[in-house]
Ligand binder design. Structure first.
Ligand code: NAP
Ligand code: ZN
Length: 369
């Protein structure tokens, strides 16, 4: 359990830093180091803060990219790094001005914990595109305590209520955790692309994001094809809601799919050529690029030009849409297919994720810290 060194609600006038709470976590100390037990400080909740005892946190491939400093040129990793942005837990304290949450509520936190709230993106409700960058849940400057933010591979977290989500009753908290990144990251661009009943959608890469894209696109009534390099995933793809499975590693497999899809969700985490996917789009169709490979990606411009097709980047989703997504999942009973692990199994989970051996999201049981 965490040990508190101050009252739960900030009303004493003491400096915040003096009233932090020591919390157990798992951290990487270097790009090549294994994650190991670590201790971090969480702030005492301020007037608009919600203090959450984390029950579960998903393992996203972005955690691996960040821990291994693969995005060094854009977002260098500050060590020790405590990853985790698929957080579910229970509220244990709230600040005096918190209106939306009460002690005991089951709540969630995703990839952001704050933004400047004043720029054009924030005013348009697109906090994820905050012009001064949102405060991401980990590895971003912490406005309250200094240093960087620490994520959900930990016992507890304190977050402004504007960035806290409500988990619908009836959803298993462990299986709901991946909705906070894998869910919203696929839900938001599918909706933005207008995917609806009768749309034809393909999903490239059947991992954490990919399996949520299949479930969500199917729940919108789309006809879904999985494009995967892993033949053993075919039966799962169909169980998840796919109507068709194409083994993308087979030479020429995608050639037969020309001009077929309204949208293709690309969740591949490594370098790959986008051209076969662009070819497979209908004229005017959109390649929804979600994978964040460290290396530049290539595509041939002609198929893009000739079909008036689009390659669209998308980052998670905004806070309002995240709640809409959670409520949609509550109504349709959609959660992630997960494998629950203890904190001491995180390194093994990373190795298996790198090998593609994950069905389809690892989730850490944070009650076991
Ligand atoms: P994941 O669970 O590891 O799944 C990635 C899948 O991509 C794998 O299961 C595999 O599927 C396929 N794949 C991996 N390496 C490949 C390769 N070399 N060639 C072809 N296919 C390969 O990862 P994830 O958590 O879903 O994340 C996927 C990517 O999205 C990561 O780069 C992550 O950082 C990024 N991401 C972006 C956002 C955003 O906001 N845009 C949010 C979260 C994550 P098959 O075996 O089926 O081929
Ligand atoms: Zn993620």
């Amino acid at each position: 359990m965490s040990s508190a060194t101050g009252p739960a609600v900030q009303d004493s006038g003491q400096p915040q830093a003096a009233r932090t709470r020591t919390t157990k976590a798992y951290a990487a100390s270097a790009a090549t180091a294994k994650l190991a037990p670590h201790s971090i400080q969480r702030r005492a909740p301020g007037p608009r803060d919600v203090q959450i005892e984390i029950s579960h946190c998903g393992v996203c491939h972005s955690d691996l990219h960040q821990v291994r400093n693969e995005w060094e040129s854009a977002m260098p990793t500050v060590y020790p790094c405590v990853p985790g942005h698929e957080i579910v837990g229970k509220v244990s304290a709230v600040g005096n001005d918190v209106r939306m949450f009460q002690v005991g509520d089951t709540v969630a936190v995703g990839c952001m914990v704050d933004s400047d709230r004043t720029c054009a993106s924030c005013r348009a409700g697109q906090e994820q595109y905050c012009e001064s960058l949102p405060t991401f849940t980990y590895n971003f400057p912490d406005k309250h305590l200094g240093g960087v933010t620490y994520g959900g591979y930990s016992e507890s977290v304190v977050v402004d209520e504007a960035f806290v989500l409500r988990v619908p009753a009836g959803l298993d908290p462990a299986a709901a955790a991946p909705l906070l990144c894998a869910g919203i990251t696929t839900f938001s661009p599918l909706r933005e692309a207008g995917v609806t009943s009768g749309s034809r959608v393909a999903v490239m890469g059947l991992g954490g994001l990919g399996h949520m894209a299949v479930k969500l696109a199917a729940s919108f009534g789309a006809e879904v094809t999985v494009l995967s390099r892993s033949p053993e995933k075919e039966a799962d793809a169909r169980k998840l809601g796919a109507h068709e499975f194409v083994l993308s590693s087979k030479a020429g497999a995608l050639d037969a799919l020309g001009n077929r899809y309204d949208a293709i969700v690309d969740t591949i985490s490594a370098k790959h050529d986008l051209t076969p996917a662009v070819n497979a789009l209908k004229p005017g169709g959109s390649l929804l690029l979600l994978g964040a490979a460290a290396e530049p990606l290539e595509f041939s411009p002609l198929p893009l030009l000739f079909g008036g097709k689009r390659i669209v980047g998308s980052l998670v989703g905004n806070i309002a849409d995240t709640q809409v997504m959670l409520d949609h999942c509550g109504r349709h009973n959609i959660t992630s297919d997960i494998e629950l692990v203890t904190p001491s199994q995180i390194n093994e989970a990373y190795e298996r994720t790198l090998k593609g051996d994950v069905k389809y999201r690892f989730v850490i049981d944070c009650s076991k810290f």
